[in-house]
Design a protein around this ligand. Structure first.
Ligand SMILES: Nc1ncnc2c1ncn2[C@@H]1O[C@H](COP(=O)(O)OP(=O)(O)OP(=O)(O)O)[C@@H](O)[C@H]1O
Length: 312
């Protein structure tokens, strides 16, 4: 049984079909990257899953429970929704803000103090507990949103573009936090329109465009679906020229260039086994392999091809 299961989930805003028969399963423990251009239907999906919006048609289940008015309270106990905006909270301090939400979940007294201490530590905000929420940086506000979402110890986190508007350092901090939550066993559904943003965290991806699911699968499957294979960065301890000669003859390799950082290997098509063949070839040639890395940009290309850049 999946942690999230949708069946023909459809949402219309008047004539506009924002979500078109979305059938999707996210297993318990997955970090699922939900990708799509602006207006694809990601927020609509998350809002339906978090009981905030009624579908026009179709069904969604969370941990086996049908999402709807009957189970709304139970579903809300299982999930946490982190929207892509942070509201304004007058002059509340970080602790007051968390106390407010903890109280709304019925967490009281000693428990409340302990839980708030725990989520502040996890999100690295302990030092900010007395600061005013409105004075925090955008990165800290996003982490505080996650802290708030964790108060009731949900099984499933629904995160709508949590990295949007963050500077590079804050993005890294957010990513590390989400990786930690995944390691702790939380199931994560995270949306973004930037693929490299998710490629490190997620074990599964779904691509949505104009409300329709275009693809579901792992990173390798995503790459395999595209026409060109992409590029690999290969570094050997020494004798880069010998490595170039050895790899140039390999089937599936269309070009090898020696660059300042190492070798750039162009592949005809992506097969997961090509990477293994390259490693074996270098080792058999007596070369010391230091690094073998797929160029992330090729994932970006995969995404562009898959969605054809069409936006509503
Ligand atoms: N309340 C609404 N009324 C009318 N149309 C809406 C409403 N909410 C969303 N839409 C439309 O539905 C479509 C899907 O929107 P949605 O916000 O789900 O997309 P998204 O993938 O989350 O995009 P973004 O990356 O921009 O947040 C868009 O065309 C949007 O304009």
């Amino acid at each position: 049984m999946g942690m999230i299961q949708t069946q023909n989930l459809t949402k219309k805003y008047g004539e506009l079909v924002a979500l078109d028969h979305l059938t999707l399963t996210v297993e318990e423990g997955d970090a699922f990257g939900f990708l799509g251009p602006n207006g694809a239907g990601k927020t609509t999906t998350m809002k339906i899953l978090s009981t905030l919006l009624k579908p026009t048609w179709g069904e969604a289940r969370i941990d086996g429970l049908s999402v709807g008015p009957v189970n709304a309270q139970e579903v809300r106990r299982i999930i946490a929704y982190v929207p892509d905006f942070f509201g304004s909270y007058a002059d509340l301090t970080v602790t007051e803000y968390l106390e407010f939400f903890a109280a709304s979940y019925g967490i009281m007294g000693q428990d409340r103090r302990r839980v708030i201490g725990d989520v502040l530590e996890l999100t690295d905000l302990t030092g900010k507990s007395l600061s005013e929420v409105n004075g925090l940086s955008r990165g800290m506000q996003q982490r505080l949103s996650v802290a708030r979402a964790l108060l009731h110890d949900p099984k499933l986190l629904l995160l709508d573009e949590p990295a949007s508007g963050l500077d590079p350092r804050a993005r890294v901090e957010m990513r590390e936090l989400l990786k930690e939550l995944h390691r702790m066993g939380k199931t994560i559904l995270i949306s973004s329109h930037i693929l490299p943003e998710l490629s490190e965290l997620c074990n599964k991806f779904g691509i949505i465009e104009r409300g329709k699911l275009k693809f579901v699968g792992g990173k390798d499957e995503l790459l395999a679906r595209t026409e060109t294979g992409g590029r690999l960065h290969v570094r050997v301890a020494e004798r880069a020229d010998d490595a170039r000669r050895a790899l140039a003859g390999l089937s599936g390799v269309t070009g090898v260039r020696v660059e300042a950082e190492g070798l750039l290997v162009e592949l005809e098509a992506h097969h997961p086994e090509t990477v293994g063949q390259i490693a074996r070839c270098l080792v058999e040639a007596g070369l010391k392999l230091v690094e073998l890395r797929r160029e992330e940009a090729s994932l970006e290309t995969a995404f562009m091809r898959m969605t054809e850049g069409a936006v509503q």
